[in-house]
Ligand binder design. Structure first.
Ligand SMILES: Nc1ncnc2c1ncn2[C@@H]1O[C@H](COP(=O)(O)OP(=O)(O)O)[C@@H](O)[C@H]1O
Ligand SMILES: O=C(O)C1=C[C@@H](OP(=O)(O)O)[C@@H](O)[C@H](O)C1
Ligand SMILES: [Mg+2]
Length: 215
């Protein structure tokens, strides 16, 4: 059963009737185009933080007993997209996870609603040419097995960039960063995000930060 958008909001405590977002669970969710490092950085974050690493593609491959390329070939992209949605839904109410998604997960509206409810969402991004060089080095990404892979990358990026932006709390351009710098940057900003969230969820903190109406 998909989580309804109502589950992720609550009435504002000031009685205004406004809705406020529910606190995010303590997870880090990596989104971004193919080969931007979601799986690699996810593993590093998992080791550094001691959080469980969950790679959506790998989990789907395990469930189906076949590689992504094979799933696309035998069941089609739409079936794979449904598996992605089902898998994201299965993560609701879990915490201390590093969730690496597949690059196309943002294509579906229900996924874009679920992603921010799963945790702090980080958009990894890099240059087209870097993406091209990386995806050309292996054949496990069916969507770029075309006659004009650079054209395909450009077309997909055009559609997807606004969607990554829609779901992400932060964008990190990784081409000048080492793996470690990227991971540390994510940890620092996630720390800030979750401590700010904790303060905002605590009315006493809010008053002490100047949010009270008394003075
Ligand atoms: N920042 C980076 N610098 C150098 N190589 C990278 C970087 N990020 C990813 N790679 C390499 O690119 C390839 C694809 O990375 P991967 O983590 O599988 O990306 P994604 O999960 O986003 O598709 C891997 O070989 C990985 O080592
Ligand atoms: O961009 C996409 O649509 C896809 C990206 C892949 O994951 P990575 O982003 O980890 O390569 C994988 O989910 C599948 O090949 C489809
Ligand atoms: Mg990956």
């Amino acid at each position: 059963m998909p989580p309804s958008t109502d589950d992720s909001t609550a009435s504002a405590p000031d009685g205004s009737g406004d809705t406020v977002a529910s606190p995010r669970p303590l997870n880090i969710v990596l989104v971004g185009f193919m080969a931007t490092g979601k799986t690699t950085i996810g593993r590093i974050l998992s080791k550094k933080l001691g959080f469980q690493f969950v790679d959506c593609d790998h989990e789907i491959e395990k469930q189906q007993g076949m590689k992504i390329t094979e799933i696309f070939k035998t069941q089609g992209e739409e079936a794979f997209r449904q598996m992605e949605t089902d898998f994201l839904q299965s993560l609701a109410s879990q915490s201390k996870l590093i969730i690496s998604t597949g690059g196309g997960v943002v294509g579906r509206q229900p996924n874009r609603e679920i992603l921010p409810t799963l945790g702090y969402v980080v958009w990894l991004h890099t240059k087209k040419q870097v993406i091209f060089d990386r995806v050309m080095s292996n054949s496990n990404r069916p969507l770029v097995q075309t006659e004009d892979p650079m054209g395909t990358i450009k077309a997909l990026l055009k559609v997807r960039k606004p969607l990554y932006k829609e779901v992400a709390d932060i964008q990190i351009k990784t081409h000048k960063l080492t793996f470690d710098e990227t991971a540390e940057g994510i940890i620092d900003t996630a720390c800030y995000f979750f401590s700010k969230q904790q303060a905002e969820c605590n009315p006493i903190c809010e008053v002490s930060q100047g949010g009270g109406k008394g003075e």
